[in-house]
Design a protein around this ligand. Sequence first.
Ligand code: ATP
Length: 494
Amino acid sequence: MAASPNPAGSLEDRISKPNAATDATAQSISAWEADAAAPAEAKDDQSGAADAQVDGATDAAGGSALHEPQYAVEVKLSDLQADANSPLYSIGSFEELGINPQILKGMYAMNFKKPSKIQERALPLLLSSPPTNMIAQSQSGTGKTAAFVITILSRLDYTKPKSPQALCLAPSRELARQIEGVIRSIGQFVDGLTIQAAVPGAVERNAKVESMVVVGTPGTVLDLIKRRQFDTSEMKVLCLDEADNMLDQQGLGEQCLRVKNALRNVEQILLFSATFPDAVMRYAQQFSPGANEIRLKRDELTVSGIKQMYMDCPSDEGKYETLAQLYGLMTIGSSIIFVKTKESASRIAARLSQDGHKVVAIHGGFEGADRDGIIEDFRQGRAKVLITTNVLARGIDVQSVSMVINYDIPMKGASDSQPDPETYLHRIGRTGRFGRVGVSISFVFDRKSFQALSEIAKHYNIDLVRLDQNDWDKTEEIVKNVIKSSRAGTNLKA
Ligand SMILES: Nc1ncnc2c1ncn2[C@@H]1O[C@H](COP(=O)(O)OP(=O)(O)OP(=O)(O)O)[C@@H](O)[C@H]1O
């Protein structure tokens, strides 16, 4: 790959007064490479799961390994689950958690051998009697879904197959459908289980919702309740996945509250997310009163298997050129490109296609049925590069995703004035799932984008590796080394 000149000079040159986090990021390639060169045992608490994958062959610390980071070709899940610093760590087994044998059978069929930390900590509290509310936080890709799905399946009265008894809400139709799939998989040996989705277009007008478990998006569920298609009188469990987003977002929060108020007999309210900013947490505690809480500190939130990098692009337009140059690396595994608006998602997808690259796009402007088809193509590997907006930033679990690109740095607040660290974390969390490794590359091009990314790095106390626009060979090598081990990670060995 040819070197790309950066006529405007590096971003540091163009920013007169970089802040402290900027300085840290500028130096961090060597810091990261040194980390890759160190023996796994010597690493600090933050190193966790993925660093255990660093190849022992790099024990010539400080030698050529600095320039040639190497990775083990095989990720051993059992090693990760035995590492007390890993979010996948557990001491016990699923059997010891008192899970019903039919549910256990489904989990073993999914090749779940041992619980992750959140599963081991949350399940005894979730399954105890009488039912108690729960607010649970755990890093992206660490198995929160199974924790609430096992709870839901354990609470149902199987003599009432037509009575809706558990409702799970998610912020997007894709995530709701995904959760529905996980319930079907974990519940595949549970006799009499009935499940249905309540996303736009899934329930015909005038048809009744008559399944024990309902998974949906808040607007559709509220409509169904209002139109008396959905009887909630027997509803016992309410679960909000991506709860901080659901309770915080304008519109969604109001809808969730109205759904909750319609569930007169609910016994257990479960709120799950990788992030719970303080302001939302206070509201969450009112929404789920008296809840047991499992929380993380801010510097525990990032997953060490995700190698976080950034590229200093010459201009806003120059981001496209950089993206096109990265295309070859994107298709080694699967990749997701996050952009700010629906329009730019469509525009960039069209331009990449015109330039001969195969990409698909999903955003809120597409019809539901089209969205279902595209995400399925992406899950099955028929499409390897997906361009999307924040609509898919959360929850989507596609294990082959080895690269996430933040084409636009996530921003929030009136007129996008503030960096959005939570959305950043969820976006990059689409890779590095359950002990796998992956790469995130964030594009910056001006003072605002650079400072926003620097603030996000500071927020999580992380270093970002700078990839050099002017040295594509090196960039390619660094990224390939991670992705190669990520591909091995798609065949996790227990
Ligand atoms: N105990 C387990 N053993 C092996 N794999 C597991 C286990 N629990 C969950 N998984 C797998 O890990 C992946 C990530 O799980 P899940 O989607 O529940 O993550 P999450 O914590 O909800 O992440 P996010 O915050 O991004 O939504 C899934 O592919 C799931 O099948």
